[in-house]
Design a protein around this ligand. Structure first.
Ligand code: MN
Length: 266
């Protein structure tokens, strides 16, 4: 009798670990497409008000992990969001987009952002086992201080999204156990020196669609293939090795969860 053939290696080939699927005009199609294209996608959200709808959209899209979010650019705009975040947190394995933004447009709400982000981190620390996609625009030191204060020695993992801190910030983030989701813009600008400094076992890829563009159109998750190819040049690896590296990193980060596992309660 023949032994069953090993499972074909059809698991996700590409990883988009920070994408706002629900913000595309054709969001329903986007969820279906990333599943059909086998793209492991972290669907981040900007408000916990979007949680249930995203879960529903992902229920037929097994490559999508939905993240419970409370975006720093919205922090303070919806006073009930923190209570909603707390209410849904036990249902979420992934948290994001959360973090801080001290850019000129959002600096005014920075104090409020810190209050919200600290509450988010405190709740994650209590819950444990979360993977957080974290925004850190012009606030690298504060973000790392808070991650250290609340999440050090917990079972939570932080993925710094589109990180643009200094080499020293990056080293500190690495010591804190952080991963980095590499955006295409980190590879086409001078930032690629930073990418080269990061330990290879801590990197993933992302699009941050629909807020990013490629060839004057809005990026979609499948465009992360361009990022992987730029990354392979940056690292001096061939494409197959780079894809393999990213996949191993995802498996390590997500632990025993299958590459195609549904975003399910922890
Ligand atoms: Mn984002």
């Amino acid at each position: 009798m023949l032994l069953p053939a090993p499972m074909p290696d059809t698991a996700a080939k590409l990883i988009d670990y920070h994408c706002h699927l629900d913000l595309y005009p054709d969001f329903e199609a986007q969820f279906r497409r990333v599943a059909a294209q086998q793209i492991a996608t972290l669907a981040v959200t900007t408000t916990p008000q979007a949680w249930r709808k995203n879960l529903e959209l992902a229920s037929n899209a097994p490559t999508v992990r939905v993240a419970l979010g409370l975006h720093p650019q919205l922090a303070g705009q919806y006073p009930t969001d923190l209570a909603l975040f707390e209410r849904y947190l036990s249902e979420a394995r992934y948290v994001g987009e959360v973090g801080l933004d001290a850019g000129p447009q959002y600096y005014r709400s920075y104090t409020q952002q810190k209050i919200v982000f600290e509450s988010v981190l405190r709740l994650c620390a209590e819950a444990g086992g979360k993977i957080l996609s974290v925004h850190s625009v012009r606030s690298h030191r504060d973000v790392l201080d808070l991650v250290e204060r609340y999440l050090a020695d917990t079972s939570n993992r932080v993925v710094l999204h589109w990180f643009s801190g200094s080499a020293a910030d990056a080293r500190r983030a690495v010591e804190l156990g952080c991963y980095f989701s590499i955006n295409r813009m980190m590879l086409v600008k001078r930032d690629s020196t930073l990418v080269r400094l990061l330990p290879r076992h801590r990197i993933l890829t992302e699009t941050d669609g629909p807020f990013t563009h490629i060839e004057s159109r809005v990026m979609v998750p499948a465009d992360v293939g361009h990022t992987v190819s730029l990354l392979s040049e940056c690292l001096g690896l061939d494409l197959t090795s780079t894809v393999g590296l990213l996949k191993r990193n995802l498996i390590t980060l997500e632990g025993e969860h299958d590459l195609l596992a549904l975003s399910s309660p922890a």
